[in-house]
Design a protein around this ligand. Structure first.
Ligand SMILES: [Ca+2]
Length: 153
């Protein structure tokens, strides 16, 4: 009988600890780690904020595994022209399941179309993706990497 009582007390105690623990994941965990000590309601923590003023939003910094508090453009996608082809590439982190990555093209910066990418290399959860486009002299071609929370897609 004493054993049963002890077990119930132990279960209650574990349950009390679990209910007081906030489990953070994905972007929220990253924000918590990168902005340690920052007030929870601070505008600097928003996905669209750019506290290091490098032109890259927090959401994109998260997606590209870049430091949101140190200005840098090293993690941004690249576009390289080789002859009559343009190769657009970026590194995707498969472990970030709360966001989606889309490469898009446009000829007018108004209408965008998703394009498929190939995985060039993979190491752990990091995959280098690329999209190759033929170039023609008769039209403009714009490319972008769009990152969205899964809930927006
Ligand atoms: Ca930034």
């Amino acid at each position: 009988m004493k054993i049963i009582i002890l077990s119930l007390a132990l279960l209650w105690s574990i349950s009390a600890i679990a209910s007081n623990t906030i489990l953070l994941q994905g972007y929220e965990q990253w924000i918590n780690d990168e902005f340690e000590g920052e007030h929870t309601g601070s505008p600097a923590l928003r996905m669209e904020a750019d506290p290091d003023h490098d032109g890259i939003t927090n959401l994109m910094e998260y997606a590209l595994d870049s430091d949101p508090l140190f200005p840098s453009n090293e993690a941004l996608p690249t576009a390289v022209r080789q002859g009559d082809r343009l190769t657009f590439s970026f590194v995707k982190d498969r472990s970030k399941t709360d966001i989606v990555y889309h490469v898009q093209t446009s000829s007018d910066l108004t209408h965008w179309t998703n394009v498929s990418t190939d995985i060039v290399t993979a190491k752990g959860s990091l995959e280098r993706h690329r999209a190759v486009f033929p170039l023609t002299e008769s039209r403009s071609l714009f490319m972008r990497l769009l990152v969205r929370p899964v809930s927006f897609d």
